[in-house]
Design a protein around this ligand. Sequence first.
Ligand code: MTE
Length: 298
Amino acid sequence: MPFTPDLRWSDVTPKAVFLNRRKFLAGAGAMLASSALTEKAMAEELELTSFEDITSYNNFYEFGWDKGDPAALAGRMTTKPWSIEIAGLVDKPGIYDLEELVAGQTIEERIYRFRCVEAWSMVVPWNGFELSALLNWVGVQPSARYVAFETLLRPEEMPGQKSASFPWPYVEGLRLDEAMHPLTLMANGLYGEPMPNQNGAPIRLVVPWKYGFKSIKSIVKITLTDQQPPTTWNKLQPSEYGFYANVNPTVDHPRWSQASERRIGGGLLAGRIDTLLFNGYGDKVASLYAGQDLAVDY
Ligand code: MTE
């Protein structure tokens, strides 16, 4: 499949403008840089969500239920050293040191829309590598059909994991063809910085055409399997959260509409924007679901 990555964030404007946008916006030079950004971003119809918003408005239930809890509490999570176990139907199963794994990969910058099932969204400049590169490196066996992911289980550093109402650890899964798709990213950074803890340090999944809950954070285990793996939100509320979780404005959540979304950072007066089928990536991913009823396979 021909694949064109989205615009690189570094093509848009200097990194410092984003990393410290507020400060820059206060100064005259900043107005220049900022309008250059706007012009270019408008041409792409994408305006990056600020670093501050991306790192202060989070869902990471291991640290609590409020959007501000991860930023306040995730600093205590130890992310070095870090290893990922790769298990199941692979040629080279093992426990791999993350730094060695990443050293073998080409890190790219990818600007993706990110749409939460709660109907808010952001535009995030991720850094990472395609999951397919890692899977090809460990060798996927022909009988594998799904990929299961697991987050760190460490209640002494993750206060939310002391709550028994949630089935820890957080787990997610993809069909193998979804996992091998070139849009599917293992992200170890954003805005050119190492992944902030609250966003899923040191490495997380990003599947931009699916609701955000599929993009599991702080991954410690990846298992290739021939069975559809259990996924956390589906276990909790199967009628509300399916395995597929493709962004779809025509399939509403039982308790709210998915037709539109609130772009974080737009301000109180900003209107809602229309939600796009497959979050705008339909030209690249719709063929994965040919013949499937997206209202049944939600
Ligand atoms: N991964 C883990 N381990 N724990 C979580 O609570 N929340 C998910 C997803 N990955 C979550 C997770 C949800 S609901 C969303 S919307 C995104 O992470 C939020 O990612 P962000 O905080 O970087 O925006």
